[in-house]
Ligand binder design. Structure first.
Ligand code: URA
Length: 319
């Protein structure tokens, strides 16, 4: 029996499932355990895709992403069983609505995830400017994350900024200091911005989720990736910030922010560095998260990720 520890996110499950599949480990030999191993934003989607990855119907990935947000502890097992059968038994399995495995998968989609239905919306003053939004945000209890965080970390910067940068969520330092990107990831970001000649004073920097989500381990507070329901709950703040600023360029830092803004089909290795219009900004682009640079496997990968981050930001500086 193999015990596989994953963060409770689709990306973390997907990375582990790919590995198990490549090694030919059948579902009956796997026990899934949820944990919070990452102390930085989830990077499963940030590393280059492994070679020889399997092809499964796109529909499965969409279903799996939604099923991952359910609260059912068996969901990782159900997903891996389905994936295994798609690859080894029947590529068209999902069209068989009478199959018990498919029915079990579908039942996950109708369950509510923890926190589902929570929202910051009642706390967001309509049509407000940034100062008013920031004051209101300090009182937000729209989801449970406020209970453990030190404070709400609202966006910072020029309220007439042409360029807005969106990260995932505050980290340990940001939670203590009450400002986004002031910890180790912020140092990487500042270095990259300086390299392409972007002045942080003239930007607006914020996060998709505005309270630090973490697990306490001894004296350390370990970053936990926000759930889809937490991203959705916090979204009204991001929408209000973007509506107040109306940036020309919107930069998503990392896969979580990119999915929140561009959509679920976004893949960072495939789609980074390309401008597209969204309803938020005529030029929306995504790049690697500065924490991905810090968490690169070795110096070579860190350098590679940093170079890609700088190249993408250079496009922003030149746009
Ligand atoms: N990572 C983020 O995504 N945002 C921060 O503010 C800090 C680290």
């Amino acid at each position: 029996m193999r015990t596989v520890a994953i963060e409770p996110t689709f990306e973390s499950w997907q990375a582990a499932a790919r590995m198990l599949l490549r090694e030919g480990v059948p579902p009956a030999d796997v026990r899934w355990r949820e944990t919070a191993t990452a102390d930085q934003p989830s990077l499963a989607g940030e590393a280059p895709a492994p070679r020889g990855s399997v092809r499964v119907p796109r529909q499965f990935l969409e279903l799996a992403r939604r099923a991952a947000a359910s609260a059912d502890p068996a969901r990782w097992q159900v997903l891996y069983e389905t994936l295994w059968r798609l690859v080894h038994e029947n590529h068209d399995l999902l069209t068989d609505a009478r199959d018990p495995g498919v029915q079990r998968l579908n039942s996950l989609l109708t369950q509510k995830g923890p926190g589902e239905g929570e929202s910051a919306a009642p706390f967001v003053p309509a049509g407000a400017g940034l100062a008013e939004l920031r004051a209101a945000a300090a009182r937000c209890t729209g989801c449970d994350l406020y209970r453990h965080a030190t404070q709400m970390v609202f966006g910072r910067g020029d309220d007439k900024a042409r360029i807005v940068l969106v990260g995932e969520q505050p980290g340990d330092q940001e939670d203590r200091q009450g400002a986004p990107f002031v910890g180790p990831a912020g140092e990487v970001l500042d270095r990259a911005l300086a390299e392409v000649g972007l002045d942080r004073e003239r930007l607006y920097v914020t996060n998709a989720v505005k309270h630090f989500k973490f697990e306490e381990r001894g004296k350390r507070r370990i970053h936990q990736t926000p759930r889809a329901s937490e991203l959705a709950a916090c979204r009204p703040w991001l929408e209000a910030e973007l509506a107040a600023i109306r940036p020309e360029i919107l930069v998503c830092l990392g896969a979580t922010a990119a999915r929140a803004i561009i959509g679920d089909s976004f893949r960072i290795t495939r789609d980074h560095g390309r401008f597209a219009a969204t309803r938020w900004a005529p030029k929306t682009i995504a790049t690697f998260h500065p924490s991905a640079v810090l968490r690169g496997e070795d110096e070579a990968q860190q350098a590679q990720l940093y170079t890609m981050l700088v190249e993408d930001l250079r496009k922003v500086a030149q746009a």
